[in-house]
Design a protein around this ligand. Sequence first.
Ligand code: HEC
Length: 158
Amino acid sequence: MLKKSIALIGFYIISLSACTKQAPPAPMPVASPASTMQSTATVKQLMLGAVIPASDIVFGVAATTPADDAAWAKVQANAIVITEMAKLLIDSPRKMDDGEWISKSQALYDTAHAVATAAVEKNVDKVSDAGNNLYDACDGCHMKYMPSRQGSAGNPSQ
Ligand code: HEC
């Protein structure tokens, strides 16, 4: 019995010292993938590639009620994508100035975020109302910054 315990203690000591003696694994050199990624999209490309298709899904809710959970999840996801686009709009090389460009991008973020919240509730009226505010945020920026729309009011997709 005693021999067994001594043997056991011995085993613990050996395994403990084996642990402490073990050298920490050398850090593997990891190439940062971000180092090769550059933000090159223009404002127009963000509009065409993400903001317009995502907002089409959002604006579509007023006309056609999402049929199931998957359809609502798609609405929410597209609203969230617009919030991400708002963040990209204020990044270099797209930022136009440090004043209204920021506040109008913030309005895009806030209104799209409200759409996403309403989509979680699966509430058509709330999504439609939030969608109208989103539309106003699009329009507000275009009136000042879109070359073909400056000073006008109306459809943000014209
Ligand atoms: C912070 C400013 C800003 C916001 C917010 C914004 N846009 Fe734009 N958008 C622009 C600018 C600037 C252009 C013009 C880009 C160019 O022609 O170089 C543009 C262009 C467009 C165009 C024309 C693209 C083309 O073919 O020339 C459409 C359509 C458009 N935006 C839709 C939207 C919609 C829909 C929203 C809202 C969901 C939105 N935009 C929100 C700044 C904004």
